[in-house]
Design a binder for this molecule. Sequence first.
Ligand code: FES
Ligand code: FE2
Length: 416
Amino acid sequence: MLDREKSRLITQVTGDAPMGRLMREYWIPVARGEQLKAGAAPMRLTILGDKLVAFRSPSGEVGVMDEACPHRGASMALARNEPNGLRCIYHGWKIGADGLLRDAPTHPEHLPLERLKTRSHPVREQQGMVWTWLGKGAAPAFRELAFTGLPDDQVITATAVVKCNWLRPMETLWDVFHSQMLHHDTNRKIPFRGDNYFSNEGRKTDTGLMYDYPEMLVERTPYGFDLVNSDARKKTSGHFVLPFIQFHTIGPDPLEDKALKISVPIDDDTTLLWSVVFNRHGPLKETGFGLTNLGRCADRNDLFNNLKRGAARSADTRWNQDREAMERGDSFSGYEEAHPTLTLLAEDNYVLESQGEYDRSQEQLGPVDRALVEGRRVLLDALKAHEANGEAVGRGVDIPGVEARYILNEEEAAAG
Ligand code: FES
Ligand SMILES: [Fe+2]
């Protein structure tokens, strides 16, 4: 458990909240590049509660700026997307993708335009992701992660808009044990896991559901912390990279695609959850995890649109749970979708949405929750360091070699 005050500290991000201030110290992925068409209407975005627009100029440059026009606050989502910048339709101020004011028809002709304040944000587009910097002062160097140096054909991304606080998706990745229960049936259907997930010799629930009780180890790192979930079948690692990135496993083949999630707060109660799948060994294969799962989703801008009535989910419909499939024994969770990634998405995120409130003071945790406890401590310590000396823990730490590992016990034994 975590008392209400600490729970509030690490979950709330809008306004002047300390966690929001910390997150502004890091580059943040805010949109998929595909969402921005050259010369098209600007896209409205909310990140950390800030109202923004993102756009691609007719010549292809991407810009991110505050939604409110710096002159008198009209929405720049209504702006004309002209060569060299967005032109506000109210009085015609024009701002370039580089954030510079290009024209201010309201002001005398020879006034130096730099005297007028604009509010735009540095942008970096790579691997189909648009990252921006919402902090004060000059943007820091971009941190290199396992996928950030790869060609586009070695990375596939998708986003999902989840109706929960940003910390819930991170917590569910730290809480590896839930995969034994919530994803019990799904794990067996993922070709990359299948028989590699359970030992089939572990504990049983009173209705005979077999699972493996793990030991959970954690270790602090300069970028956050690592976890190792060790059970009768395997060891899997996870790597938390401050402030909102978690590398997680797919299956044991070391050449198979790898994965991570990035949990970007839209506001305190809504999250832009990135799924990133990459392969450092070469282009993604047609038969690999990335292309057979994310690649098959018609809408990768909000994965919920690929689910059965996914966008319409609510507590009133039990998030569209199929009780008959549960009774028939076809699905442990009642959330079977067209393919395993979508089933995982439904299973994970409907449960997260059902958790509601940020308060964690009534939880009753056990030994398998060690990583969950550590993750929260890492965040509280990062907040302290930021408050004390402005440090953004891990921001300058390049980690191109960090990716999650999945090692079968039999292979470890064979390797001696
Ligand atoms: S409000 Fe945008 S130009 Fe005046
Ligand atoms: Fe999960």
